[in-house]
Design a protein around this ligand. Structure first.
Ligand SMILES: NC(=O)c1ccc[n+]([C@@H]2O[C@H](COP(=O)([O-])OP(=O)(O)OC[C@H]3O[C@@H](n4cnc5c(N)ncnc54)[C@H](O)[C@@H]3O)[C@@H](O)[C@H]2O)c1
Length: 377
């Protein structure tokens, strides 16, 4: 099948997530990277293009130049989808321009800076009927998809509590000056990151995992956030009480200052008949607990899994797959949508997940600012 011609904004030399997007697009084998605006500095963008073997006439110095250059190409050669992997503040203006000119999009989270921008993108996607995938990467893991299916089948009985946590520690090195990482520091600057660091960068993944695996919407939040240290402008740590309805409640905990922790995102859904727990640092194991039976462990590449979970693991059982394959599964679902093939809802997060994420981030920040009060999501 013909490869989908893909462009990329951001993701140049030294950037973090752009490289994962390129690898994922190659793993699923549906895309060909043909051009982009890879860096804020044009010279570095060209350096990257040369290294990647991308023709310099498709290495553009702005999104406007990319649109102009690509629209001038014959239909079969034109870039069809663009991956936006720039810092948060750029997602909305870049996505809006590209959607208006007919490009499908893969966009990083958090989708925008404000709820209004998110709603604007949602109506633009509805109007243009273009594909828009938001890369909440963890939804691509086979065992997360298995968890979603088991919950939909009702194996847990009545869901009675939901907890998710996302703990990292890397920001300690930035705020205490040891500075072991130079990319990504824009996350602490409201101009580039938005109203939140911790909740906007990682709390929103925990929020998305809850809504993805359970199919439930969080209705209200009450948060207690901390900037941890004087002189820091945004939250680096926080706890969020969540309410689905009068009876079902839970908590989201997120932190960027848990010294020594790496990428510890874990979700637990507790029900009347049993409970499920998944954690990304050991992603091929989904635990099911019961009061009457021994603990079960679901693993990828076994016939007992649901179709989407089973198809999301490419090697025979016992060969660990991880974050690149999870992102590749999202790219695979996105390719089906671009090609107008049948796909299963949940194969990739959509612009609606982006709207939900922005409502969550703003409700959490407002709850904290107003003195830790309940806010609607
Ligand atoms: N889904 C996930 O799990 C995940 C993980 C990491 C990052 N992210 C998201 O991805 C985005 C990028 O994060 P990162 O950590 O890769 O950032 P980064 O700082 O490592 O890379 C950003 C890249 O964007 C480029 N850039 C900046 N301004 C630009 C412009 N005007 N035009 C073109 N390129 C420009 C930079 O030169 C750099 O190459 C953020 O929105 C972040 O929240 C998501």
């Amino acid at each position: 099948m013909k490869k989908i011609k893909m462009g990329m904004i951001g993701g140049g030399i030294g950037a973090f997530i752009g490289d994962a997007h390129r690898r994922a697009s190659r793993i699923c084998n549906d895309y060909e990277l043909v051009g982009g605006v890879f860096d804020i500095e044009y010279a570095r963008s060209k350096e990257f293009a040369l290294k990647e073997g991308i023709s310099l006439d498709r290495c553009y110095n702005s999104v406007d130049a990319l649109i102009k250059g690509e629209l001038a190409r014959p239909a079969g050669e034109k870039m069809e989808v663009v991956s936006i992997v720039t810092p948060n503040a750029l997602h909305y203006p870049q996505a809006k321009k590209l959607l208006n000119k007919g490009f499908h999009l893969v966009c990083e989270k958090p989708m925008t800076m404000t709820v209004r921008e998110a709603l604007d993108l949602e109506s633009l996607v509805a109007k243009t009927k273009l594909t828009f995938a938001l890369t909440h990467t963890y939804t691509g893991y086979p065992m997360v998809r298995q968890m979603r299916d088991l919950i939909a089948k009702g194996v847990l009985g009545t869901i009675q509590r939901i907890d998710a946590q996302y703990y990292q520690g890397w920001i300690n090195s930035i705020i205490y000056g040891t500075n072991s990482r130079i990319t990504g520091v824009w996350r602490l600057d409201p101009k580039h990151a938005g109203v939140s660091s911790c909740m906007g960068d990682i709390g929103v993944h925990a929020f998305n995992l809850i809504e993805y695996t359970t199919g439930l919407e969080i209705k209200e939040v009450l948060s207690d956030l901390s900037q941890v240290k004087d002189g820091i402008k945004l939250d680096l740590d926080g706890t969020v009480l969540i309410r689905f309805d009068k009876k079902l409640k839970g908590v989201i905990r997120a932190s960027q200052v848990c010294g020594g922790l790496e990428n510890d995102i874990t979700i637990s859904v507790y029900g009347s008949k049993g409970s499920l727990r998944w954690g990304q640092e050991n992603p091929n194991y989904l635990y099911m607990f019961s009061d009457t039976e021994p603990t079960k462990v679901f693993k990828p590449a076994h016939g007992y899994n649901y179709k989407l979970a089973e198809e999301g693991h490419t090697m025979p059982a016992g060969h660990p797959e991880g974050i690149y394959e999870a992102l590749a599964n999202i790219y695979k679902g996105t390719a089906k949508s671009i090609r107008k093939q049948k796909f299963i809802p949940g194969e990739f997060p959509t612009v609606h997940d982006g709207v939900r994420g922005m409502k969550f981030i703003h409700a959490v920040v407002n709850s904290n600012t107003k003195g830790n009060v309940w806010m609607k999501v």
